[in-house]
Design a protein around this ligand. Structure first.
Ligand code: C5P
Length: 209
């Protein structure tokens, strides 16, 4: 086909980001981690000392996000992720970001988008939709190892509690809650390394190409 879209959703630390990057690299497609767009809105508000629940201010911030300058290292901080899940419950914020993400999805020759609502809302017509999960404990262990590797000291139980709280907020919100699209392929990576997840995804994509 002339153009192809791969939609990847799943909870925090499920491995969806790593998988999305690998697939984009392999197929030569553009990649957008849509979590970074929510993080960028949250960071703008935090930096300016603005409240996280003012829909008017947050929408203004969302409209000014530039997809080409999203910086993972700046946005990866833990408090930014937590704040992102708060701004992400506001419909006006979601509308603004979804519309920018849909523009990105049209890039040629194809695009891989990962997030929470890609298969359900952003790219409902994507020919391949993947929903990546792993047990909360496996995800907390990965996140814990990551943070430790970066030289910081954290408690596993705190990481698990944070993830559980963020899952609840993402799955429980009214607008675009995290859930698999009806036609999504479920991939549980609890006992799976990234290479195996990649090969599974590749098989599904090659069937659809
Ligand atoms: O994936 P990441 O942890 O960077 O996402 C941060 C937060 O942004 C998520 O917890 C979620 O609340 C929100 N988000 C969203 N929809 C997306 C991507 C992220 O609501 N498509």
């Amino acid at each position: 086909p002339k153009h192809f879209t791969i939609a990847i959703d799943g909870p925090a630390a499920s491995g969806k980001g790593t998988l999305a990057r690998r697939l984009a690299q392999f197929y030569g497609y553009h990649h957008l981690d849509t979590g970074l767009t929510y993080r960028a809105v949250a960071k703008t508000l935090l930096d300016q000392g603005m409240p996280l629940d003012d829909e008017f201010l947050a929408e203004k911030a969302a409209r000014s996000i530039d997809l080409s300058t999203l910086d993972r290292t700046v946005l990866s901080a833990h408090d930014v992720g937590e704040a992102a899940s708060k701004v992400a419950i506001m419909p006006a914020v979601r509308r603004a970001l979804v519309s920018a993400q849909q523009g990105f999805a049209l890039l040629s020759p194809g695009a891989v988008l990962d997030g929470r609502d890609i298969g359900t809302v952003v790219c409902p017509d994507a020919p391949v939709k993947l929903y990546i999960t792993a047990s909360p404990e496996a995800r907390a262990k990965r996140r814990h190892d990551e943070i430790k590797a970066s030289g910081k000291d954290v408690n596993y139980q705190d990481v698990l509690d944070d993830l559980t709280r963020r899952d609840a907020r993402d799955m429980g919100r009214t607008d675009s809650p995290l859930k698999p699209a009806a036609d999504a392929h479920l991939l549980d990576t609890t006992e799976m390394d990234i290479e195996t997840a990649f090969l599974n995804a590749k098989t599904l994509i090659d069937q659809a190409l």
